[in-house]
Design a binder for this molecule. Structure first.
Ligand code: GLC
Length: 550
């Protein structure tokens, strides 16, 4: 957020996502950890981010890379200790960087003591009420209670075995079988998570990222999903009551603690309901993330986003990538530049040079729009999706559960390259075990070391853009105005005196009158902006309500 803004930090922050397994490995086991993050905080400080969001680091059997949490109040030994996490939060704060932890309320791990007690105690165990245990259908109870399809594809119920060895009830899991869904109708579940929020707020974290935030409440009558009928587990109205309770807790703490929801919701109005003034502070903009590299589609997404957020007074967020989606350098180099889980396929050709050019322009677009911007680790290095990970090394449950149709999410989770000419590129100390996923040899040009000081690198582009954004009162939270522009070109103005132009057409276009060229995503051709290039300009204010303004 620019210093001139005095609103809360989360309205205009640049928030960097650290995926701890893949950021930096301090202890040499080939898996990233807190020691590694602490040793590389200088990178985030030099990048200029306002906050870091840590994907889950809690004790977990890692059936879903830590999104199967066995204990929200501790740290998995593979990542370090609670004391190290506390030190990391303090060190980030000392650098002026806020911290956000990931809380996973829809489900827990099957190793969680509650679930273990529910299994061990048999059909009458009171702990079963904390989950969704149901008898099967059919005379022998051997048919699933519903035919719901899970979020990773595949079935959503697994049958248990009673302590005496006989076949037992089934339990619900919208994700992998190792992630039993919690029953949010149970007051014990609510109390537990309220306590978890306090646990982390008490440790000084500035925000909570809420995993799968729209799925918590289920229709307890377990109807099948039917077109035209209310969905049995997506976006049920009851979920808002939970977030109103959470908001009261966040508001009790000093210093603007923020709740940020992972809400995949195509309906923008329903999405905005999560952002009402007494609910979450912000939510990830997956509409923008999934949007095609196309001027009218992007303009529609930006307008739709801003007009959905305005009535509830919430800031928009701008997200290009995260640990669940194909990296955008790869996406933007494909014939179809949209993202959706349903359309992911092995072996879709991509032009990485084109994708990189577009990713550079997209960075300047997203960092110049009103609201908060997210950077997923490695996007500042221009990393692409690693699409040739050998089958036997793939770890993401999505790969097997989709029947090997969806390549899974490992390709965007490959450990970061820091220094040197060959793997592990400084990810691990010398003599360490191999990184948990193999890094492409071609990443030698993508290391932090190789890009530092190279004015044409993706890293220096991000550093400069974030530096300008921090200093310029026009950027961060606020409003914007579209300017008239040729077909296929997006031009928007932010007061005072800032204009961003993005050329998504296939011809070079002239720059509008300006007093200074602040930053461009690629070389300009005199005063012409080439295709797939963006520029930030210092300009006069547009005349009010000129033609084509919105
Ligand atoms: C969210 C996470 C994803 C995880 C899923 C289940 O979508 O971002 O990585 O697999 O929830 O927790």
């Amino acid at each position: 957020m620019s210093p001139a803004d005095d609103g809360p930090w989360w309205r205009g922050a640049v928030i960097y996502q650290v995926y701890p397994r893949s950021f930096a490995d301090g202890d040499g086991d080939g898996v990233g950890d807190i020691a590694g993050i602490r040793s590389r905080l200088d990178h985030l400080s030099a990048l200029g981010v306002d906050a870091i969001w840590f994907s889950p680091w809690y004790p977990s059997p890692m059936a879903d890379a830590g999104y199967d949490v066995a204990d929200h109040r501790d740290i998995d030994p593979v990542f370090g200790t609670l004391a190290e996490a506390e030190a990391l939060v303090a060190e980030a704060h000392a650098l002026g960087i806020r911290t956000i932890v990931d809380v996973v309320p829809n489900h827990c791990s099957d190793a969680h003591p509650w679930f273990q007690a529910a299994l061990a105690g048999g059909p009458d165990a009171p702990e079963r009420e904390l989950f969704w245990f149901r008898p099967g259908r059919g005379p022998n109870g051997d048919q699933r209670p519903t035919d719901w399809v899970g979020e990773f594809g595949g079935e959503t119920w697994t049958r248990t075995v009673n302590p005496d060895g006989t076949p037992g009830d089934w339990y619900l899991h919208l994700f992998a079988p190792e992630q039993p869904d919690l029953n949010w109708d149970h007051p014990g579940v609510r109390a537990e998570f309220e306590d978890i929020l306090r646990f982390w707020f008490d440790r000084g974290v500035d925000g909570i990222r809420i995993d799968s935030a729209g799925l918590l409440v289920k229709d307890g009558t377990l109807p099948e999903t039917r077109p035209g009928r209310p969905h049995p587990f997506r976006d049920l109205d009851g979920v808002h009551e939970i977030y109103r309770d959470w908001r009261r807790i966040a508001d009790e703490y000093p210093g603007d603690r923020a709740l940020i929801g992972e809400v995949w919701m195509p309906d923008r109005q329903r999405f905005a309901n999560y952002l009402r003034p007494d609910e979450l502070h912000a939510a990830f903009n997956f509409d923008f993330l999934g949007c095609a590299w196309d001027a009218s589609a992007l303009r529609e997404s930006i307008d739709g986003t801003l007009s959905a957020h305005a009535p509830v007074g919430a800031p928009a967020t701008w997200v290009l990538s995260n640990h669940d989606v194909t990296r955008h350098v790869t996406r933007y180099g494909r014939a179809d530049t949209t993202f959706s889980f349903a359309a992911k396929r092995e072996g879709t050709p991509t032009d990485l040079e084109l994708g990189t050019r577009r990713a550079r322009a997209a960075a300047l677009l997203s960092l110049s729009l009103p609201g908060a911007a997210y950077v997923y680790q490695g996007e500042e290095l221009g990393l692409w999706e690693v699409e040739d990970i050998p089958y036997e090394l793939r770890q993401d449950p999505m790969w097997e559960r989709s029947g090997r149709v969806d390549p899974g999410r490992d390709g965007c989770r490959v450990p970061l390259p820091w220094t040197g000419d060959e793997p592990p590129f400084g990810f691990s100390p010398d003599g360490a075990a191999a990184p948990w996923l193999p890094q492409p040899a071609d990443w030698k040009d993508r290391t932090v070391r190789a890009q530092t000081g190279d004015a044409t690198s993706m890293l220096e582009l991000y550093r400069m853009a974030i530096r300008i954004r921090r200093a310029d009162p026009a950027l961060g939270d606020g409003t914007m105005t579209w300017l008239p522009a040729p077909d296929g070109v997006l031009a928007h103005h932010r007061r005072p005196g800032f204009t961003c132009l993005v050329n998504l057409s296939d011809v070079a276009v002239p720059l509008p009158p300006h007093t200074e060229r602040l930053l461009a995503s690629g070389p300009l051709d005199d005063d012409l902006l080439p295709p797939d290039t963006a520029v930030w300009l210092r300009t006069a204010e547009p005349t009010p309500a000129g033609p084509g303004t919105a």
